[in-house]
Design a binder for this molecule. Sequence first.
Ligand SMILES: Cc1cc2nc3c(=O)[nH]c(=O)nc-3n(C[C@H](O)[C@H](O)[C@H](O)COP(=O)(O)OP(=O)(O)OC[C@H]3O[C@@H](n4cnc5c(N)ncnc54)[C@H](O)[C@@H]3O)c2cc1C
Length: 415
Amino acid sequence: MNRRTFIQRTGVPIGGAALASLLPGPLMAASPAPTPTRSPRGAPTSDVVVIGGGAFGAWTALALREMGHRVTLIDAYGPGNSRATSGDETRQIRVGYGEREGYARMAQRAMDAWRTREAEFGIPLLTTTGRLEIAPDWTPALRATQAMLSRFGVPTEAFTAEELRRRYPQMGFDGIGVGLLEPGAGVVRAKQAILATADAFCRKGGTLIIQHAAPGRAEGGRLVECMLADGTCVAAQQFIFACGPWLPKVFPELLGRRIKVPKRDVLYFGIPAGDTRFAPPALPNFSESAYYGSPSIDGRGVKVCPTNGPDNWDPDVDERVVDPVQVRRARAYLARRFPALAAQPITETRVCQLENTDDEHFIVDRHPSYANVLIAGGGSGHAFKHGPVLGEHIARRAVGDATDPVFDAMVRLAR
Ligand SMILES: Cc1cc2nc3c(=O)[nH]c(=O)nc-3n(C[C@H](O)[C@H](O)[C@H](O)COP(=O)(O)OP(=O)(O)OC[C@H]3O[C@@H](n4cnc5c(N)ncnc54)[C@H](O)[C@@H]3O)c2cc1C
């Protein structure tokens, strides 16, 4: 099947070429997708429409399709696009979650799910790196992580400052007294994973539309259809709005104050030629109070993420240029923790944004005004890793199947 046929079959009416050019060649092999049927007013009709093809939406759409539903996935810029929070190159995965057992349990299931999907999609998605959390001393959160991991049977190693220096001679541990390593943690190739998920969705018969969508006509407390920017409508029984940092724009009254969208600068620093000390397995993901990062994956360089930035980012229009202040902060951090990298050049940068709730719990709940609209988002800097499991959960919730009530309570809108 050539790319033009793929686009026609997957129902991308506008902008489809953009997606086709993003999808790697081998992923294009596809089985025919059913053409959406027409409602009496002429709008294509699905069982479920998912708006937003990021970590929340792409996995949900795939899970729904695998459950046998007719599903349309709509994304304004295409799944895995560079404005999306899920469109960065890499995201970390770990089971350690302080006291937040619900997320730790989900992350543990997600580790297995990623491996299964990696085998199914036939592309490398997950690299095991380990994750090292360091601190001046044991904190309640670090102790809670250690205790939870031990309860879940997840191996860990604890270090004193002296042991850290011996184990990681390429790092500086100035001001650090303890470390906790989760050796099974790792890194997911985020953009590739979303592209592969969207591709699997299309191959399995889902319909993908590249368009901006907004809630449209409603009747009797139910949304009947959503409106696309080209003036057409898509009708469905159920709608899931998984619009990440755009959710406050889609539902300003409901979510404008519940979800904040801070900018985050991400910097990759080159490693010296032939130096293997800053790539896995020598260097794990690292985390401490104001910084975290990853070793060099795919030769990209060591990733350093300062954890502050302006709070009112607009994902549509703001320019993706890193702030020189963050560059200086990241360099000062390198000089302290990775002295051999202090003078290395920046090899790549990304500007991402978070979609933070006040308590950093996700939001997966019904819209109070529409009985058939589910809101799924509020990733708060930690949702990507859960994608394959979270998507199944949201899919079940959308169609009224049984879900974990404890998790549902944790992620409800009114909390
Ligand atoms: C710097 C940084 C580091 C992070 N690190 C980690 C990590 O290590 N581990 C981890 O698990 N998580 C991490 N996260 C968090 C994780 O990336 C996010 O929680 C997750 O990607 C959010 O996914 P999403 O689907 O909600 O949003 P998005 O990925 O932004 O997807 C939303 C999609 O909706 C589309 N859309 C929006 N509005 C509309 C509309 N009206 N019509 C049609 N389409 C629309 C957009 O085009 C977009 O594709 C990090 C986040 C940041 C910013």
